[in-house]
Design a binder for this molecule. Structure first.
Ligand code: NAD
Length: 437
């Protein structure tokens, strides 16, 4: 198959490289010339484990190329994927579809022969109808089907997720389009990945339902964690106790500082708006959104409390800035709200992150950036673990004790056991765990 991937960000680049690895011929297009130039030079514009090697190999085999202009790639393609961003729209939180529609217009002008246009971006239900309308209006003679194929990969594990998905959802209202999609995913089908063919609208909504459900699960355990703190119970044991029930499952039951990232916050909000517009509000998800928003700021108050109730004039060391480990993505990271809360309360914040500092510098210009965890902790009145990078899982606490002005650790990911750190002379605060457990 010949594939054009329009948008070469976290999703487009990973999907394009994986499709090329399956044996397809792929052109990854991006309108950002710096991104394409860097990819052509073999430099990855994002951090994603395994991506550089996969791109290098598929480029070497001649199956993956990069372009800023989509015309030729679209003209030759059997399937054109739209993988551009769909951020929250300023003001109302609905998905900003301007990039998707702009891509659709550009694609329309370049179509030749039967082509399946596939929306891989996360888009509200009904967007496929509008993409189709735009294309038919701009290119009335084009032989085209518009399909929805939402992506479920996770940053940090994106290649594994793409190659071994739990399922592939294809929303195709025409059989011939579904056939092309079957061909595109045939290598995975042979690996027994279930392909679920649905209507286009069903596929679009499935993606939001999945993300809203996962966000709800996280928010549920976070509220249980708060309750545990009040009543002297241990949220990790509660999570295990419920997670071993197969009907519940153990994933996404880790209490922490609230969900962030490029997907859950914007997708839950967009679902809320879609549901309101449809006259069928999703009140559970509305509550999840507001509970999670408040939680991030509440985590700053947790740190302040651990510092004795005030941080004015104190230095707080923050370990981990990205919304989760193994990515450089800073979008909607809880660290942003936590650091703002600490700075507003008068703290000087110093931070370290293995991959996120470059992106963080533009979002958090008033922050001091450290070379490593120990440089970060030097002279600090508290050490806060915000993201559970492996690099923070085996810290040398004896060394840290000697470096810090006060032995205070706030572990927002429950990486450490309270009694271990207390034995090393630290005052430890976790999430949802009574002291001394
Ligand atoms: P991203 O911002 O990393 O990448 C989008 C890219 O599209 C950018 O490089 C941008 O320059 C390019 N672009 C925009 N308009 C273009 C055009 N007209 N022509 C060519 N290139 C264009 O975004 P992302 O994180 O890859 O997300 C893309 C979509 O996938 C979103 O809808 C997102 O919700 C969804 N999604 C993301 C993830 C994730 O983990 N990041 C997972 C599943 C789904």
């Amino acid at each position: 198959m010949r594939i054009a991937m329009v948008g070469s960000g976290y999703v487009g680049l990973v999907s394009g490289a994986c499709f090329a690895d399956f044996g397809h011929s792929v052109v990854c297009v991006d309108k950002d010339p710096a991104k394409i130039e860097s990819l052509r030079a073999g430099r990855m514009p994002i951090y994603e484990p395994g991506l550089e090697a996969l791109v290098a190999e598929t480029v070497r085999q001649g199956r993956l190329t990069f372009r800023t202009d989509l015309t030729e790639a679209v003209a030759q393609a059997d399937a054109v994927f739209i993988a551009v961003g769909t951020p929250s729209r300023r003001g109302d939180g609905f998905a900003d579809l301007s990039y998707v529609y702009a891509a659709a217009r550009e694609i329309a002008g370049a179509l030749t022969g039967y082509t399946v246009v596939v929306t891989k971006s996360t888009v509200p239900v009904g967007t496929g109808d509008e993409v189709e309308r735009i294309i038919r209006e701009a290119a009335p003679d084009a032989d085209v089907s518009v399909v929805s194929n939402p992506e479920f990969l996770r940053e940090g594990a994106a290649i594994g997720d793409f190659k071994r998905p739990d399922r592939i959802v294809v929303g195709a209202d025409e059989a011939r389009a579904a056939e092309v999609m079957n061909e595109v995913y045939r290598p995975l089908y042979l690996n027994q990945a279930p392909i679920l063919v649905t209507s286009r609208r069903t596929a679009e909504l499935t993606k939001y339902a999945a993300n809203a459900f996962l966000a709800t699960k996280i928010t549920f355990i976070n509220e249980m964690a708060d309750l545990c703190e009040r009543v002297g119970a241990d949220v990790q044991a509660v999570a295990r106790g419920i997670g071993l029930d197969n009907r519940i499952g153990s994933k996404f039951l880790h209490a922490g500082p609230g969900y962030g990232g490029s997907c859950f916050p914007k997708d839950t909000l967009a679902l809320v708006k879609t549901a309101q517009d449809a006259g069928s509000p999703v009140r559970l998800v509305e509550t999840v959104v507001s509970v999670n928003d408040q939680r991030k700021r509440a985590m700053a108050r947790k740190v302040i409390q651990a510092c004795g109730g005030a941080v004015r004039g104190k230095t707080v060391a923050v370990l981990g800035l990205t919304f989760k480990p193994n990515t450089d993505d800073m979008r909607e990271a809880p660290s942003l709200a936590i650091i703002a809360g600490l700075q507003d309360a008068g703290a000087t914040v110093r931070a370290y992150d293995p991959e996120g500092m470059e992106q963080a510098r533009t979002l958090l210009p008033d922050l001091a950036y450290a070379e490593d965890p120990y440089d970060c902790a030097e002279g600090a009145d508290a050490l806060v673990i915000v993201t559970e990078w492996n690099a923070f899982r085996a810290l040398d606490f004896e060394r840290l004790h000697g470096l810090m002005a006060a032995p205070v650790v706030v572990d927002l990911r429950n990486v450490y056991r309270p009694q271990d750190l207390e034995a090393k002379g630290f005052r430890y605060t976790g999430v949802g765990r009574p002291e001394g457990v």
